[in-house]
Structures are given as C-alpha cells and as structure tokens.
Design a protein around this ligand. Structure first.
Ligand code: NAD
Length: 490
C-alpha cells in the first residue's frame, strides 16, 4: 500500500461536494446550517457539509417526482450504460474514494478499497440486469383472453443508509433503483455523508439526468425524512440500519402503504464442528469477525464451537486477533480502525464487562484503548455464559465470544435463540450435517465453510427482526418494480 500523506488527505477532502444535491444542482441547506464530519480516529473535524431539513427533503422529493415519468421511459440500455460508466469511474478512482471513506469512517484503507470494489460491482451487476426486466404473455386457461404481465418502476424512492459501509450500502440501493427506472432521494448517515456525496458526483459525471438522484444530509433524520414518508408522491422506502429505527419506519410507511425493504440488525452465529478444517474455520472466523472491526451486520456475533476443539479454537483465534495492529486506518500496517463514536465504544465496554462479570474469561484484549479516537482492543472471550448480554445483542466491535456445545441439535437451537436472522456461518466437513444446519438455521443467508457471504450477484437480506426484501442477485431489482397484469379480450 502506498503511504498516505497529509497532502493526499487535503486533496481528497477538497474534491468532495459539501452541499445537498437537489434537482441536479448542488445547493446549501435552506436553513444555511452545516454539520461537522469527524475523523473517528482523531476526533477532529474533517469538513463541514450542508445540514438539510424537511424543506430540503421535500424539495428533493419534488425533483424526484418531476423527473420520474421521463426517467421510467428512458430506454433500459441507456440506464444500464450510465451504471456501467459509473462502475468504471468508481473503479478508476478507487484509491481516492477509499481514502475519503477511511477518513470519515475509520476502517483501514485496504478494507475501504475492498468496499469500493464491492460497491462498484453492484453498478456493474445492475447495468446488466437493466435490460433483462422481463414479463410474460399467456393464453388464459379458459381461452377468450390473453394475459400480459409487465413490470414497471415503483416510483420515487427514499433510500436511507447507515455509516458502516458508506459506499456499498448506497450502490446496493441506487444500482437497482436506476436499473428499474426509479428516481430517488438518498439520506446517508450524518456520520459518513462524504462517500455518498462523492458517489453522487460520479453518477452526475456518468450522465445521470437531473432529479433522478437527490441527496440530503441531515442531523435530524426523523424530522427530515418524516414529511417525505408521509407524502403520497413517495412510493418506496428502502432502509438499512438498526432494527429499532427500521420498526419505526415500517410503522410510518404504513400510512401511505409504501413498498418497503428493510435491511436491519444481525446477531450471526458461527458454528464450528469438531470435524471441520480448523485452519479454514480460523481464517473464516477472522473475516467474519474482523471485517470493518466487527462493525458489520454480518459480523459473527457468537461462536459456538464443539467442546473437543473449543479451547484450541479460542486460543488460536486469540493469538491471531491479539496480533492485529490497531490504529488510524491510514497508517501503515493497521488492520483494525477505531469504532465509529464514543457511544458505540461505551456499548462494547459494557458488553465485555458484563460477560466477564458473569464468568467469561478474556484470552486477549478486554478493554478500550487510550484516545484520541474511539479504539477498542480485539478481544476473545471463552466460557461465555448464556445470560451474557453480548450473546443477545449486536456487539458491533472487535469482540469474539466463544461458547462450547456438545451436540449438533444444541448448536442449531442456540443459533436460533435470537430475534435476528440475517446470516449464519457453519464449518464442517460432513455434507449431510452442513445441509441439515443450513436448512435448520433461521437466517436469510448461510456461509458454509465460508466467512463472507456478500456478493452483488446473490440476494442479500434477512428474516425475522433482520428485515425483509433482498439486495443484489436476480431478486434485487424486484424491490423497485411493480408487477402489472393486462387482460386482453380476444
Ligand atoms: P441507525 O438505525 O442508527 O441509522 C441508520 C440510518 O437511519 C442513518 O442514516 C440514520 O441517520 C437514519 N435514521 C436514524 N433515525 C432515523 C429516523 N427516526 N428516521 C429516519 N432515519 C433515521 O443505524 P446505524 O448505527 O447507522 O447502522 C448500524 C446498524 O445498521 C446495525 O444495526 C447494523 O446491523 C445495521 N446494518 C444492517 C445491514 C443489512 O444489510 N442488514 C447492513 C449494514 C448495517
């Protein structure tokens, strides 16, 4: 990796738009307010960006609503080619975009680069899906009429994204919305708006017409999006974030009977059976736990390991996690960045202290690191009792609790003892057991002998309190299309 210099940082920060994008124009918030974007590794303000409110969001919806008919009528190939050009532009400027993301979010630059590549792939995938929006034509079984089935853009969409994957969570929604012919208002997280603003500029440069994508940053998420959700011109809400906020948005969306997609929290179990390839399980555990410093909805939250190998697994995991260099994501050799803010770090401190007080043993880490910045040591806990809060809640930090189990049934039962159902990981060499576990665990996704499931060509999403709807895969575009049936008398 080329070392990052302060002048690189200044150049990248100086090149990003800092206003709201409404109807194809960058403009300040109607109130004139700005919000400070902070570097979580230093606590310093990086840059100020416009802090929008309800008036701005309604102006953005107005622009999206005005642009909707012409955009839906744009030839699919043209929409696909805009996405393809944006894919290429993201790929070409991956270094700068990765640095920008690291500055506002904290993850190591190498991980930011991987996210730019993953995020860009949604544009390539959906550029290919744009021209495959298919319908049907049938003779009615009783004769006398024909059945035509077609799929049409839902209409203006509100897209709300979290801070942990500031680029990929945006492209995963914007890609299929563009492909389907929907216009949109994007509200990124107030903690990491810069990646979304840079992404919007990439799309403008790729030829996206004015009003198709509008971006509103705000420190008042509820007050700004509430009037948009209540407005009958909006037809779709796609949200990625916490289950608590998701539930309140589902309630709000019911008033206008909006189409809704919800990508919510997780509490992923990671099962390791005694017959597993232990080296592969450890590699998978490192990925599933440490990607984004544990701040991922897919992060392995609970390790259930068969009793014969539990001690060995935990101590080898502790050796690897304890050796990771923690620091600012721009620094040479750093593999673990800071947590996003002090609130998140205080939660991790509480969860680890609670588990230790209830009998868990820390094999490495177990404490916060000195500031500035919101750092926490990579931590492995063994003998974690079932009552520990961190087995029930999303940790969102670099902490791996290990629990021993005896029988396959116990492991699957424990895996399912949660309100969440986003992803599960299973390591075993026994094909029958792998399939039984994959079928028995209630989750939208299962990684079999694999520690990362995210793939733009696959349907990403959860069940239970992890949400509904799918992003990516053949299914992703369906979230932005309504099915219409036309009956023809013959
Ligand atoms: P969050 O729910 O606090 O915020 C998510 C987004 O919602 C942000 O843009 C925020 O400003 C906005 N928001 C907050 N309150 C709102 C309100 N009342 N009305 C409208 N918008 C509101 O979540 P977060 O802390 O940014 O992200 C972490 C959470 O996201 C975790 O629970 C994680 O599991 C989840 N997540 C899920 C997926 C997935 O695909 N399932 C992916 C990434 C993150």
């Amino acid at each position: 990796m080329t070392p990052v210099s302060p002048s690189d940082e200044r150049r990248v920060l100086g090149g990003v738009p800092t206003e709201l994008l409404i109807g194809g124009k960058w403009r300040p918030a109607a109130s004139g307010r700005t919000l400070a974007v902070e570097d979580p590794a230093t606590g310093q303000t990086l840059v100020e960006v416009a802090d929008g409110g309800a008036d701005d969001a309604l102006a953005a919806l107005d622009a999206a609503h005005t642009a909707q008919p012409a955009w839906a009528a744009t030839p699919p190939r043209e929409r696909g080619e805009i996405l393809r050009r944006a894919f290429e532009a993201l790929t070409a400027s991956a270094d700068d975009l990765a640095l920008l993301m690291t500055l506002e979010m904290g993850k190591p630059v190498s991980e930011s680069k991987a996210e730019i590549s993953y995020g860009a792939e949604f544009f390539r995938w959906f550029s290919e899906e744009t021209v495959r929006i298919a319908g049907g034509y049938n003779v009615a079984p009783a004769g006398g009429s024909r059945i035509i089935v077609t799929r049409q853009a839902v209409g203006p969409a509100l897209l709300i994204t979290p801070w942990n994957f500031p680029m990929a969570m945006g492209t995963r929604k914007i890609g299929p919305a563009i492909a389907a012919g929907c216009t949109m208002v994007l509200k990124p997280s107030e903690l990491t708006p810069l990646s979304s603003l840079a992404l919007a500029q990439v799309l403008i440069d790729a030829g996206l017409p004015p009003g198709v994508l509008n971006v509103v940053n705000t420190t008042d998420a509820g007050g700004t999006t509430g009037p948009v959700i209540a407005d009958p011109r909006l037809r779709k809400l796609s949200f990625t974030g916490s289950t608590a906020v998701g539930k309140s948005l589902i309630r709000a969306a019911s008033d206008q009977v909006l189409r809704v997609s919800m990508e919510l929290g997780g509490n992923a179990p990671f099962l390791v059976f005694a017959d597993a390839d232990l080296d592969a399980a450890l590699d998978g555990a490192m990925l599933a736990k440490m990607r984004n410093g544990g701040q991922a909805c897919t992060s392995a939250n609970r390790f259930y390991v068969q009793r014969d190998i539990a001690e060995e697994f935990a101590s080898r995991l502790a050796e690897r996690m304890g050796a990771l260099k923690v620091g600012r994501g721009t620094d040479e050799g750093v593999l673990v960045g800071p947590l996003i803010n002090d609130r998140q770090r205080a939660k991790v401190v509480h969860l680890v202290d609670d588990a230790v007080a209830k009998g868990a043993r820390a094999l490495c880490g177990g404490a916060a690191l000195e500031g500035p910045g919101h750092f926490y040591q990579p931590t492995v806990l063994l003998s974690v009792p079932a009552e520990a809060d961190l087995l029930k809640e999303e940790i969102f930090g670099p902490v791996a609790p290990v629990v021993a189990f005896d029988h396959e049934d116990d492991a699957v039962r424990a895996a399912n003892a949660t309100e969440y159902g986003l992803v599960a990981y299973v390591y075993t060499r026994d094909l029958d057991r792998a399939l039984r576990s994959a079928e028995g665990i209630k989750a939208g996704m299962v990684g079999l002998n694999q520690g990362v499931v995210s793939n733009p060509a696959a349907p990403f999403g959860g069940v239970k309190s992890s949400g509904f709807g799918r992003e990516g895969g053949r299914e992703g575009i369906d979230e932005y299309l309504d099915v219409k049936y036309v009956a023809i008398k013959t």
